[in-house]
Design a protein around this ligand. Structure first.
Ligand code: PGA
Length: 250
């Protein structure tokens, strides 16, 4: 059985004090949730303060990016071991905003994914097609390339615990959600490709949907057999709405 995962991607929002306040509000609101794993991913500067709030609770901490080296002359970068030290157990990798604005490629996604595992962080690897790619009918081709190249050469248990987030770029922050059928179709496809890469692991990994997930659409999305949770931007910045998402019924 795959335990659902509801992940909040706070993106470049909130000061340290604001982040700690949100974490505090969330921890009491979701303390009774055990059927869903809950993850929040604040900015780097807020990680330590949020960790202090949620340590020992049912909320896990994640970062939004990392670099693949552990230390050295890489000005401005953050290493996997630093994230572990800050209390993280997860890290987002290859979010479409990083691919679009910061030159992230499938190759860097793959290096970062392996580096995350080496530091005992669980990577949440993001894939998704742009509007142009969907209109050109190359969604499946694009997704297959991202999955095969971004997730290649994983060893042992790593292949079974990686998390993939399918986020159609045209649905992120736009209010346009993929329909449950559209999302399910791609999720099932990702699972099939992944199972072809790592025999038997396709059924074990969690595949999250992201792109304008809100309290009013979460349950129909989560009812789909291959959707195992959500990666949520906008609606994760408010304690009430993220609590509703964390309490969705599968
Ligand atoms: P959104 O963002 O929920 O605001 O659409 C999702 C994401 O980019 O992870």
């Amino acid at each position: 059985m795959r335990k659902p995962l509801m992940a909040g991607n706070w993106k470049m929002n909130k000061t340290i004090a604001e982040s700690a306040d949100l974490a505090k509000a969330l921890k009491s609101a979701v303390s009774d949730v055990s059927a869903v794993e809950i993850l929040i991913c604040p900015t780097f500067t807020s990680l330590a303060a949020v960790n202090a709030e949620i340590k020992g609770t049912n909320i896990k901490l994640g970062a939004q990016n990392l670099f693949w080296e552990n230390k050295g002359a890489f000005t401005g970068e953050i290493s996997p071991t630093m994230l572990k030290d800050a209390g993280c157990s997860f890290v987002l990798i290859g979010h479409s905003e990083r691919r679009q604005y910061f030159g992230e490629t499938d190759e860097s996604v793959n290096k970062k994914t392996k580096a995350a595992f080496a530091a005992e962080l669980i990577p949440v690897v993001c894939v998704g097609e742009t509007l142009e790619e969907r209109e050109k009918n190359i969604t499946f081709k694009v997704i297959e390339k991202q999955v095969r190249n971004g997730l290649k050469d994983l060893h042992g248990d790593c292949a079974k615990i990686v998390v993939i987030a399918y986020e159609p770029v045209w649905a992120i922050g736009t209010g346009k959600t993929a329909s449950p059928d559209q999302a399910q179709e791609v999720h099932a496809f990702i699972r099939k490709i992944y199972d072809d890469m790592y025999k038997g692991a396709g059924e074990q990994i969690r595949i999250l949907y992201g792109g304008s997930v809100k309290p009013d659409n979460v349950s129909t999305l989560m009812q789909q057999p291959d959707i195992d949770g959500g990666l949520v931007g906008g609606a994760s910045l408010d304690a009430d709405s993220f609590t509703k998402l964390a309490k969705f019924a599968k």
